[in-house]
Design a protein around this ligand. Structure first.
Ligand code: FCB
Length: 466
């Protein structure tokens, strides 16, 4: 018997991203993105892996969509590749757009709502050579690219997400050096952060003008920092700085039209505001319809060194700095909680607190909340019966869905959940080493096998409850 059920309008889905699954990296006119380029730098990606073939989804999308339908998915979050649609950031490539058009048709034929993300980290390399996101022009080019995608797919897609996790494409990429383009510059990261937000706002304005009925939004990776010692002023300040860096740097301009002053004050040597031109914040705070929240783990922070350290750092030979310009001296700790293969603690209750906080402080009921990513990597193995008994992932999934039901019970509407990911794929700097999928991919044969978690998710979707 089902004990707890989801509201009738709650959507169950999964998520992927273009570079992580498509492959066909140089077919039909596509040219290098920053991830193609970055993957060739020795040591940038574990095992020198790359997305050249990935899950070969570009050629297997029809079967992949049938697999989604078999799981009972109501929606599917995917991203379009800027380098496919506008190779080298230049003219429109109709062959590239046609792929997405075929994919969308296939989804609709299978009653799966397409949930499109325009940017999941794969900037055309040619634009990086002109400064990438540190160059303000990139923001305007992004809005043009959004219009091109809309021209091809706007008749069939209602839900549009501008950016996925701009924290990663700014701070982790231009300062932390762990993601493409692999730079180590605070100033570039601040410029990138602002220009990404500007790109979001410009695209929202353009798409809104083209069609006021579209549902527009952005996806952020937000976090719930807890103090190691709640009575320590230093630890509470560490919480404030992490919150500013990960959460408020993005939420405040989008929903309040301003950058957090405490973040600016924490950076006496780096002037964020020199990148902000008059009118930018009005553009960035253009009204949106949906906020996507990506949540993977909790965080325990302090100003004292950690004994057990949370691992977020991919193996790499490149020089590294803390990807947290305003959070120098903050230490990350582990609680006594289960860990995933990423070394991330499993803390579902944090998701409830996060959604409630975002609703109460930012979105209210005017902007719909969706969990656009949540999932776990484990060292799955194929058992002698041919199955993948990923019991930990089953538990992870159930616990986080349960946390969403708790949120809804507390009066905060949540409208959907996208498990990350539909299938194992190219996990950025970790290559193919980390498996997040509900579906196992054998990279030698491209065979897909439903894990126990996929079967469990299918049952949850069918019952619409836990
Ligand atoms: C998120 C990314 C996604 C995937 C998961 C594990 O930060 O958006 O592409 O890598 O982490």
């Amino acid at each position: 018997m089902t004990a707890r059920t989801f509201p009738t309008d709650f959507l169950f889905g999964t998520a992927t991203a273009a570079y992580q699954i498509e492959g066909a990296a140089h077919e039909d006119g596509r040219t290098d993105s920053i991830w193609d380029h970055f993957s060739r730098i020795p040591g940038a990606v574990i095992n020198a892996d790359n997305g050249e073939v990935a899950c070969d989804h570009y050629h297997r999308y029809e079967d992949d969509v049938k697999m989604m339908a078999d799981l009972g998915l109501q929606t599917y979050r995917f991203s379009t590749s800027w380098s496919r649609v506008r190779p080298d950031g230049g003219d429109v490539n109709h062959k590239g757009l046609d792929f997405y058009s075929r994919l969308v048709d296939q989804l609709l034929e299978n009653n799966i709502k397409p949930w499109l993300t325009l940017y999941h980290w794969d900037l055309p390399q040619a634009l990086q050579e002109k400064g990438g996101w540190a160059n303000r022009d990139t923001a305007y080019l992004f809005a043009e690219y959004a219009e091109d995608v809309h021209a091809a797919l706007g008749d069939r897609i209602e839900n549009w997400t501008t950016l996925n996790e701009p924290w990663c494409s700014s701070f982790l990429s231009y300062l932390g050096g762990e993601h493409a383009p692999g730079h180590n510059s605070i100033d570039e990261s601040l410029a990138a952060g602002h220009h990404l937000l500007l790109a979001h706002g410009l695209a929202v304005k353009s798409l809104r003008e083209l069609d006021p009925s579209l549902k527009l939004g952005i996806t952020l990776n937000l976090t719930v920092p807890d103090p190691l010692d709640p009575t320590s002023e230093g630890d509470l300040d560490a919480v404030r700085r992490v919150d500013a860096q990960f959460n408020r740097f993005f939420l405040d301009p989008i929903f309040k039209g301003e950058y957090p002053q405490d973040f600016i004050d924490d950076l006496p040597d780096n002037d964020l505001l020199r990148y902000v031109k008059p009118g930018d914040l009005e553009i960035i705070s253009s009204p949106i319809d949906a906020l996507g929240v990506n949540y993977y783990h909790g965080e325990l922070v302090s100003v004292t060194p950690a004994t057990k350290v949370m691992s977020t750092v991919a193996p790499s030979e490149r020089p590294k700095r803390s990807p947290f310009p305003a959070a120098d001296g903050v230490h990350w700790h582990l609680r006594d909680l289960p860990l995933t293969a990423m070394g991330w603690e499993v803390q579902p209750e944090g998701l409830t607190r996060l959604l409630k906080r975002v609703h109460d402080e930012y979105t209210g009921d005017a902007v719909k909340l969706y969990v656009t990513e949540n999932g776990a990597a484990y060292d799955d193995s194929v058992a002698s019966d041919g199955h993948i008994h990923d019991a930990e992932r089953v538990t992870f999934l159930e616990q986080h869905l349960d946390a969403i039901l708790d949120t809804i019970e507390q009066g905060v509407p949540v409208y959907g959940y996208f498990y990350w990911s539909l299938m194992d794929n190219f996990e950025w700097a970790w290559g193919y080493d980390k498996r997040f999928g509900l579906v196992r991919v054998d990279y030698e044969t491209q065979e897909r096998t439903l894990k126990d978690s996929a079967i469990g998710y299918r049952e949850i979707i069918a019952a619409r409850g836990l």
